[in-house]
Design a protein around this ligand. Structure first.
Ligand SMILES: Nc1ncnc2c1ncn2[C@@H]1O[C@H](COP(=O)(O)OP(=O)(O)OP(=O)(O)O)[C@@H](O)[C@H]1O
Ligand SMILES: [Mg+2]
Length: 469
């Protein structure tokens, strides 16, 4: 093949790759000034009987149309020509100088969160264009992504649909399975690719960038298990939603993912949420229960399940007041108060029945404020918050969402009870917020799902004591 001049024009100069049913070459276009490089892809049908070849030829025509169309995107190689010669099909494409992402990722370097976000945005906006043309790529993976040398942007090559041509009648059911293990979701493997199958593949590629681990080796049941320890949890949650096993639970469209990513750019929101998530529960309350039981006189030793510890002891409350933010609440004297007051996250204080130094926190109340860019009415802010919960809290389920009246706040506030997962642990929360001028005030009770009821009473008392001065 080397030195062959196809159609008297494309002179093959080097091998670029051999797939199962295709060969890719670097060539010179001898008809153009300077003989620029181009890529020639030879597709070799598996079946060569006249009937299959006819089907293949039809598919080839159709797919060439698609490639021609999607090739108008700046980050997809342009289709320069397509033709059939000696019962073989050729595609000629624009050559993109750069580095294959599969090479970049073997260097053992892991992406930072920022690099991963840039990667996602870059690739997803290409896919947004591709999907708008009603095309599913079907084979997104590092070996089909080139980081363009001229501007470091990602380009997308090797549209899997073209492989249908070579695989005509490959399976008895007529299903053409395209894709690469590790990057291909179940529904696509079952011959039923969706737009969100590409989203899954992008998510898997991103996981590989962040962890340096080939997705083929990751456990995928019940969900993809990957090491997200060093990754911003909001980013990790977006990726998790991209790679849900069940395609119905994934983002359904690329713009949805892009929208979620754009929210990551609002530093106050991210940081607040990240912190809330990070500090929440991982140790059970059993230890505390045992200590508490041990200190109760013998006659009280049998504690009915439905009575919470807080009910066994009369609670004395102390006052937390922050004059900078004109906010005041009461908290149980025996709870540990932690005044965090972090200007970037808006977090003011946390209160927990546990000593934070001794254990991870299993239940706590978090008091936050959030400066708003413009004054919002309660319903607008609520929309924003509820969306945020759904997007960023893994497996979020909203149980209740309504306005309520708190004893010491003249205006209505909004209350949401929701649950979700944090590191596979079920977490339940009750959050109450209100807005005043250009500030939102948020108070959240957060506990392990199994412990939620135990402190609900106390948490409710605390929430009810909230005052805006
Ligand atoms: N437009 C291009 N510009 C630069 N290099 C390219 C281009 N297209 C393909 N290549 C190079 O050729 C290699 C093989 O191309 P491609 O991914 O299209 O086919 P393949 O994966 O070998 O085959 P198959 O389509 O059977 O999976 C790529 O990994 C890349 O290195
Ligand atoms: Mg390829």
């Amino acid at each position: 093949m080397l030195q062959t001049k196809l159609r008297g024009r494309y002179k093959i100069i080097r091998d670029l790759g051999k797939g199962g049913f295709s060969e890719t070459y670097l060539a010179n276009d001898m008809d153009l000034p300077g003989n620029p490089h181009c890529v020639v892809k030879l597709l070799k049908p598996i079946f060569t009987d006249p009937e299959s070849l006819e089907i293949a030829a039809r598919l080839f025509e159709r797919e060439a149309q698609v490639l021609y169309k999607v090739g108008t995107h700046d980050q997809i190689p342009r289709l320069l020509a397509h033709f059939e010669e000696n019962q073989q099909f050729y595609l000629v494409q624009e050559y993109i100088p750069g580095t294959l992402l599969s090479k970049e990722l073997t260097k053992g370097q892991k992406w930072s969160d920022e690099q991963a976000i840039n990667f996602l945005k870059d690739l997803l906006q290409i896919l947004e264009f591709v999907h708008a043309e009603q095309v599913i790529h079907r084979d997104v993976k590092p070996a089909n992504l080139i980081r363009r040398a001229s501007d470091n942007k990602i380009t997308l090559i090797d549209f899997g649909a073209v492989k249908k041509i070579t695989a005509v009648m490959e399976t008895s059911q007529g299903i053409t399975v395209i894709g690469t293990p590790g990057y291909t979701p179940v529904e696509q493997r079952d011959g039923n690719p969706k737009f969100s199958s590409d989203i899954y593949a992008v998510g898997m590629t991103c996981i590989q960038g962040l962890t340096g681990i080939n997705p083929d080796t990751l456990q995928k049941k019940p969900e993809v298990a990957w090491n997200k320890q060093d990754v911003n949890p909001q980013l990790a949650a977006i990726i998790d939603k991209m790679v849900c096993r069940d395609y119905r639970r994934r983002y359904q469209s690329v713009p949805e993912v892009l929208q979620a990513l754009s929210k990551l750019e609002q530093p106050t929101l991210i940081e607040t949420l990240w912190k809330t998530k990070k500090k929440v529960a991982s140790v059970s309350v059993i230890g505390i229960l045992i200590i508490a039981v041990a200190t109760i006189p013998l006659t009280h030793q049998i504690i009915p399940d439905f009575i919470s510890i807080s009910q066994l002891f009369p609670i004395n409350f102390s006052v937390y007041e922050n004059s900078d933010y004109a906010i005041k609440i009461k908290y149980p004297q025996n709870w540990v108060k932690n005044e965090v007051e972090d200007k970037t996250t808006g977090e003011l204080a946390r209160f927990s029945p546990y000593d934070r130094n001794n254990s991870d926190v299993g239940a706590e109340i978090i008091l936050e404020i959030q400066p708003l860019k413009r004054p919002l009415v309660l319903s607008e802010y609520t929309n924003l918050k509820v969306n945020e919960i759904i997007q960023f809290f893994p497996e979020a389920k909203i149980h209740e969402s309504h306005t309520v009246k708190l004893p010491n706040i003249p205006t209505l506030v909004h209350e949401v009870v929701y649950s979700g997962k944090d590191n596979k642990l079920g977490i339940k929360r009750k959050a109450v917020w209100t807005v005043k001028d250009k500030t939102a005030y948020i108070i959240t009770y957060s506990a392990q799902e199994s412990e939620y009821d135990k402190y609900l009473n106390t948490a409710t008392k605390m929430i009810n004591s909230l005052e805006l001065l």
